[in-house]
Ligand binder design. Sequence first.
Ligand SMILES: *Cc1c(COP(=O)(O)O)cnc(C)c1O
Length: 358
Amino acid sequence: MPRPISATINLSALHHNLNIVRQHVGAAKIWSVVKANAYGHGLARVWQGLAATDGFAMLDLNEAIMLREQGWQGPILLLEGFFQPRDIMLLDHYHLTTTVHSDWQLEAINAARLSAPLNIYLKFNSGMNRLGFPIGQMDAIWQWATSLSNVGDITLMSHFANADNPIGVGEQFSVIQQASAAIPAARCLANSAAILGNPETHFDWVRPGIILYGASPSGDVADIAEIGLQPVMSLNSEIIALQSLTAGHCVGYGSRYQARSAQRIGVVACGYADGYPRLAPNGTPIMVDGILTQTVGAISMDMLTVDLTPCPQAQIGSKVEIWGENVPIDTVAQAAGTVGYELMCALANRVKVTTQRT
Ligand SMILES: *Cc1c(COP(=O)(O)O)cnc(C)c1O
């Protein structure tokens, strides 16, 4: 028997979540963001669950090529652009759309010998100060790009730093609006948080990531409670041992949890080497035999321990939901001081994955 931990990826949930995004964005087209191996879900495994998308956006050239070789013929966007001039030959060959955020990239495109003009996303820095041309140069960069015969369709792109928190998109959005007012190009601005909260930012193309996978952009599960998203990934395991503590007994490394009275503890086959957050404190939610309970004691590499007080019937072999439909990944992430994004992406290779279609 293999170790009892496994992840299930629900392709119908993915399809359902894409429909929900569609309802929010009206006529705007959708780049389904599948970077980081589809947020840890496995790009090869999941892309067909998103086949109703208008395009796929990612970072890695090899993942883009894999998608082409698996049969996706629609648009593909490289969100960080290309990293060396010689990559342009592959963009040309596989018909990939690339982000362009620096002068050297436009120069390299101009110097390349292409079979057809490249479609590009001109990325502007509107306040996040990560990637992008200075937004004050939008006119000049636009003129330059338009003058190049190797450049095909041009879309204006920027990224919001605070769409998922109370600061909001207001200041960046007005900077973008001013800079682009006179430029007759399509726009692409909104990530998941802006898709849900800022319809004025939708324009021509949107870029949802986390909401496709059924989790919250802010990390707060309450922020997506009314939207009807379904979690795509669930992580499940089993109780592999039981301990009966008496008052004063401690559990696990560092004796971080001490029983105040007699208490049954279950040992679950899941640890930080499976992708569970090591920083999850005592009290992180987890479900045993369909009953919500919590972790007690430090998370080990291969095991964690749970309080069985609410589920006295639990035995060796009892089913454990680590996250999924009943234990939102956001609640586990929040307890551990991180976000659902990180937990999904960190799902370890050693966890067996099965795909569910209904
Ligand atoms: C990751 C990413 C997105 C998607 O972000 P979510 O918060 O997951 O919706 C959109 N645009 C860019 C440029 C990204 O890097």
